[in-house]
Design a protein around this ligand. Structure first.
Ligand SMILES: *[C@@H]1O[C@H](CO)[C@@H](O)[C@H](O)[C@H]1NC(C)=O
Ligand SMILES: *[C@@H]1O[C@H](CO)[C@@H](O)[C@H](O)[C@H]1NC(C)=O
Ligand SMILES: *[C@@H]1O[C@H](CO)[C@@H](O)[C@H](O)[C@H]1NC(C)=O
Ligand SMILES: *[C@@H]1O[C@H](CO)[C@@H](O)[C@H](O)[C@H]1NC(C)=O
Ligand SMILES: *[C@@H]1O[C@H](CO)[C@@H](O)[C@H](O)[C@H]1NC(C)=O
Ligand SMILES: *[C@@H]1O[C@H](CO)[C@@H](O)[C@H](O)[C@H]1NC(C)=O
Ligand SMILES: *[C@@H]1O[C@H](CO)[C@@H](O)[C@H](O)[C@H]1NC(C)=O
Ligand SMILES: *[C@@H]1O[C@H](CO)[C@@H](O)[C@H](O)[C@H]1NC(C)=O
Ligand SMILES: *[C@@H]1O[C@H](CO)[C@@H](O)[C@H](O)[C@H]1NC(C)=O
Length: 898
């Protein structure tokens, strides 16, 4: 969230933006940079899969943003058959690199032979330039020719030429279209508390990777850098009309990973990227249930009532969340004794746990600077000396919700001890709040302090931080959750570089680098400066929080949802897409945001705030959004403190839409869980843009209002206000309507769906699929796990179908036993094989065969109650329904006999 009353900052911000744009304009002229001398490669050596060279400045230095570095070291390593690692560093001066502790580097296979790799590196010595090509065809994928390399202390520039109108995806976090506009896009990487997620600006997280798709294949380029940067995509700068992509980085080194991807299967490049940054963590089964949250629940009674009202409306609520409202004076690790008394909050948590429901609370990184106030989290952190430091050695100060704050230094050797201990105390199951998951916010890190932040104490007064409560305290003896309790209120005690103003100013929408965040000259315990590590802050907090949660509940998977991420964050945490608005525009762009995180950046536990965070939603927007949000991997309704209430039970249409879609989502949870399991093993995405499935169909390349949930559920939401129709694209393929199960043949054309009422979302099953569904939706995921399965066999145009199901205990990090079933269908026979180690205690109750043109003569089941089985056939929808009742403990088959 963002501090809304700070409107006076807007004017200053505008001035900052205007003034730095003017300053920058003279530097962006590509012709100026292209006249720089570049480097000459000398001393080139090749040893096994590695080439090294010395790069010597080729002529008169151009010194655009500092002095050109005279000599560089080039290292190019074929790390696998599909990956080239290219690194350019300064051999004489140690420069900042993303620490291995934050992003462990992938291991290289020393036996790789460059001659048999799928991509190749070639270079020209003078002036030095290089290409990366697809080896089989020699098609150039990346080429720096005619764009000299520039390497200065605070400015690095690499520029590649691409095909005209290149299809580039990634370079987020952003709210652009999923396929970036190649004509004129600047993507700035600098974590920012980006209230309202404005298009065209830098947002909370940074993932400097792109996938490029061509008719000839899909590859990826990852620049492993946490320094601030602008990545510029431009069309037609030259007569050729080629797109260009230019990196302008303000520090660090050039550390590129080029991934070959595949000529035919775009999902391959996602797996290759996962080999570099890590595969996503498995999350608990329950985390796929519905989450409800808002900023602005006034007191514990509000929270309890929401739980009661969801139940009364028969809308499954899996997890109740509480935002910073619960804190005493907005201080982390405290509860307000009057508004959210600890014993009452414990009562709510007990109630939730007693009803198979969960509880999550928000924790911010900034700790109130409160010397002498017996505020434990500050005193204990000060004793361990774990705050980031200002250049004079004192704690670096910021301004956040509690007023003046310090920032935990995630590089400090004692930070894990500190953070884990605070979690153990405050979130203690016996005396504290027994949370099931953690929510971490404001970790860009955000600060409300206007630059220059010379006197945060004065700004705290001026901005009235912490903000006063706006309501009276609630009745401390209120009856909640259908129970009477007597309450005892008990107060809980609780180097030469210009790192502030670098010569090249990235297009940071906040203005100067330190505005509204931690100062870039703040120092970490290991000597690194915030200037270099700023973009890592959220991810490092994520890891510390994940580890603290694991320490609280050893052996159990965690759900940690963060706002700021860096490449690799998905290994530990999930992410929500920040402070959006309750607008149709943000409803629509949420899909591209999800595709970025889930498909490209390997952060698949992702979702936007359903019904919108800030501003007021409407009944129809919220109804449509409840249904779209059911196909975000992470499904949470969240709202801001000044907006009207938007729990799903508030309007009849929304309540009905939510009941309808949650029933579908819950039936699909095992399908999603199975996809997550696969993702955790190899990085296969769980959400796919249409072009991932139809890479040869150019009509799919720009589509970002439809997507595949898992491998085979095509989601096509209505996208316009008040509309009950939607024009969707159906690739040339066999589909089935999810509601009727009747076949639909896509023609590779748009189709208009009419009469899509406000409680319905269009869904299609892609032909070629066996879907494992739970037989019906339930009120909790605990109950769902005791519900039988039903299989939907949806053959493709070739008459075949395949699918899989993975089942385990849903919570353990290490699984003692699991069940992995592989389904395949051909020639009228469905077979289920695999391993059946986990005692799920449920059956496959029914099998539905779709697209069956003629009623079978008989149906035979083998493996269960063997023999002929009764079935029904619907000639209109072409569905055969068979009751099989086979326990999920062994191999079986079902044969349609004609
Ligand atoms: C770099 O190569 C160019 C072209 O061959 C040559 O003119 C120039 O003198 C070289 N520079 C150095 C420093 O060797
Ligand atoms: C650039 O080089 C000049 C001449 O050696 C030196 O005086 C100046 O301090 C250098 N500037 C920077 C930013 O390093
Ligand atoms: C790269 O170099 C290899 C070996 O010299 C050559 O076969 C190949 O054609 C070159 N590729 C390109 C794109 O120039
Ligand atoms: C530039 O575009 C042309 C087509 O206009 C294409 O043949 C060429 O390969 C492109 N250059 C690069 C480096 O992609
Ligand atoms: C490119 O985008 C910027 C920022 O949106 C805009 O100011 C500029 O006019 C655009 N340039 C062109 C050539 O469209
Ligand atoms: C590139 O420029 C040419 C000439 O100005 C123009 O005809 C063409 O449409 C442009 N192409 C793109 C992709 O913008
Ligand atoms: C709660 O207490 C009130 C007053 O003592 C009593 O009338 C009511 O029946 C109690 N409700 C429950 C659910 O026990
Ligand atoms: C939202 O609705 C509330 C209550 O009607 C109103 O006070 C507030 O101004 C509205 N907010 C916006 C942004 O329209
Ligand atoms: C949608 O309908 C509402 C209520 O009739 C109306 O106020 C609003 O302007 C309509 N929006 C659009 C985009 O037509």
């Amino acid at each position: 969230m963002w501090f809304r009353t700070r409107l006076h900052g807007a004017g200053a911000l505008l001035v900052a933006i205007l003034s730095h744009r003017v300053v920058q304009a003279e530097y962006v002229d590509p012709a100026v940079l292209d006249r720089c001398p570049g480097y000459n490669a000398t001393n080139v050596k090749t040893v096994g899969p590695q080439l090294t060279a010395t790069l010597v400045l080729g002529g008169q230095a151009c010194n655009v943003f500092g002095n050109d570095t005279k000599t560089l070291k080039l290292e190019v390593t074929y790390e696998t058959d599909t990956r080239i690692h290219l690194k350019i560093t300064d051999p004489t001066t140690e420069r900042y690199e993303v620490p291995e502790s934050v992003l462990p580097r992938p291991s290289a296979d020393p036996s790789v032979r460059p001659s048999s790799a799928q991509i190749e590196f070639n270079y020209t010595a003078a002036p030095f330039s290089f290409t990366i090509s697809r080896a089989r065809t020699h098609e150039v994928l990346f080429s720096t020719a005619s764009h000299p390399l520039i390497f200065e202390s605070q400015f690095l520039r690499v520029k590649t030429t691409l095909p005209p109108n290149a299809n580039i995806y990634g370079l987020g976090e952003h709210t652009e279209t999923f396929r970036l506009d190649p004509a004129n896009t600047t993507r700035t990487m600098w974590s920012r508390d980006a209230y309202g997620i404005p298009e065209g600006t830098n947002l909370y997280g940074n993932h400097p990777v792109y996938f490029e798709h061509r008719a000839t294949g899909t590859h990826a380029v990852f620049l492993l850098s946490s320094n601030g940067m602008d990545v510029k995509l431009r069309n037609n700068e030259t007569a050729s009309g080629n797109t260009t992509l230019e990196y302008n980085v303000i520090g660090g080194v050039l550390d590129f990973y080029f991934l070959a991807g595949s000529e035919t299967d775009p999902t391959e490049v996602a797996r290759q990227y996962a080999q570099v940054v890590g595969t996503p963590a498995e999350v608990p089964y329950w985390s796929f249930g519905l989450h409800q949250c808002r900023f602005g629940y006034q007191n514990y009674i509000d929270v309890a009532n929401v739980i009661t009202n969801y139940s009364a409306a028969s809308i499954p609520l899996e997890t109740m969340w509480t935002d910073i409202d619960y804190m005493y004076k907005r201080r982390i690790f405290t509860t307000d004794p009057d508004y959210f008394p600890l014993n009452r909050m414990r009562q709510i948590v007990d109630y939730l746990h007693g009803h198979d429901q969960k509880f999550v609370l928000m924790t911010d990184p900034a700790v109130g600077y409160l010397p002498g106030e017996s505020y434990g989290p500050y005193d204990r952190g000060t004793a361990l000396d774990v705050w980031t430091k200002a250049p004079n050695g004192s704690a670096s100060l910021g301004l956040v919700w509690p007023g003046v704050t310090v920032f935990p230094d995630w590089f400090h050797p004692k930070i894990e001890q500190y953070w884990t201990n605070e979690f153990e105390i405050f979130y203690s199951p016996t005396i504290g709040l027994d949370i099931d998951g953690a929510w971490i916010d404001m970790n860009e890190p955000s600060s409300f302090c206007d630059y220059p932040c010379d006197d945060p104490f004065a700004q705290a007064v001026q901005q009235a931080l912490p903000p006063p409560r706006t309501s009276s305290p609630p009745d401390p003896t209120a009856q909640i959750l259908g129970q009477n309790t007597t309450t005892v209120l008990k107060k809980r005690v609780q180097p030469g570089d210009d790192v502030l103003n670098p010569p090249y100013q990235i297009d940071n929408a906040a203005g100067v680098l330190s505005d509204r965040t931690a100062y870039t000259n703040a120092k970490h315990a290991n000597g690194l400066v915030e200037y270099d590590t700023h973009n890592l802050y959220g991810t490092m907090m994520s890891v510390a929080t994940h580890d603290a949660m694991l320490a609280r509940r050893p052996g159990l998977r965690t759900l940690v949802i963060t706002r700021s991420t860096f490449a690799g964050a998905g290994r530990k945490v999930g992410k929500w897409l920040g402070d959006n608005f309750s607008t149709w525009d943000h409803y629509r762009t949420s899909i591209a945001g999800m595709l970025g995180m889930a498909t490209v950046y390997q952060v698949p536990m992702v979702g936007s705030d359903i019904c919108g965070y800030a501003e007021n939603t409407t009944e129809t927007l919220c109804a449509r959004w409840a249904m779209l949000g059911a196909f975000y991997p992470f499904m949470r309704n969240h709202n801001s403190d000044t907006s009207i209430s938007q729990e799903f039970y508030r309007w009849p249409t929304v309540a009905q839409a939510a009941r309808n879609v949650l029933s579908i989502r819950y039936r699909l949870i095992d399908y999603l869980y199975t996809a997550f399991h696969t993702a955790s093993l190899d990085g296969t995405p769980i959400i796919h843009p249409l072009w991932f499935k139809y890479p040869a169909d150019p009509s799919t390349f720009p589509i970002d209002l439809q997507f595949f949930f898992g491998d085979s559920i095509l989601v096509s939401p209505v996208t316009d206000e008040n509309s009950t129709s939607v024009s969707i694209y159906l690739p040339k393929d066999r589909f089935y309507d999810f509601a009727t199960l009747a076949p639909v043949d896509g023609q590779g054309a748009s189709v208009t769906l009419n009469n899509v009422d406000f409680t319905t979302i269009p869904l299609h099953i892609k032909g070629g699929t066996v879907l494992p569904l739970r037989a019906n939706g339930t009120m909790t995921t605990t109950e769902l796990r005791d519900t039988d399965f039903e299989l939907v066999v949806a053959p493709g145009t070739d008459g075949h179908a395949a699918g899989k199901l993975y089942v385990d205990d849903g919570v353990s990090v290490e699984q003692k036993a699991s069940t992995s079933v592989v389904f395949s269908y051909a020639g009228g026979t469905l077979t289920a094989t695999g391993t059946f180690g986990f005692a799920a205690g449920v059956k496959v109750a029914r099998v539905l065969f779709l697209g069956v043109a003629k009623a079978p003569r008989a149906v035979a089941v083998r493996g269960g109650s063997a023999g002929r089985t009764p079935f029904s056939y619907n000639a209109t929808t072409q569905v055969v329904q068979v009751v099989v009742d086979v326990p999920l403990t062994h191999v079986f088959s079902v044969q349609l006999q004609s």
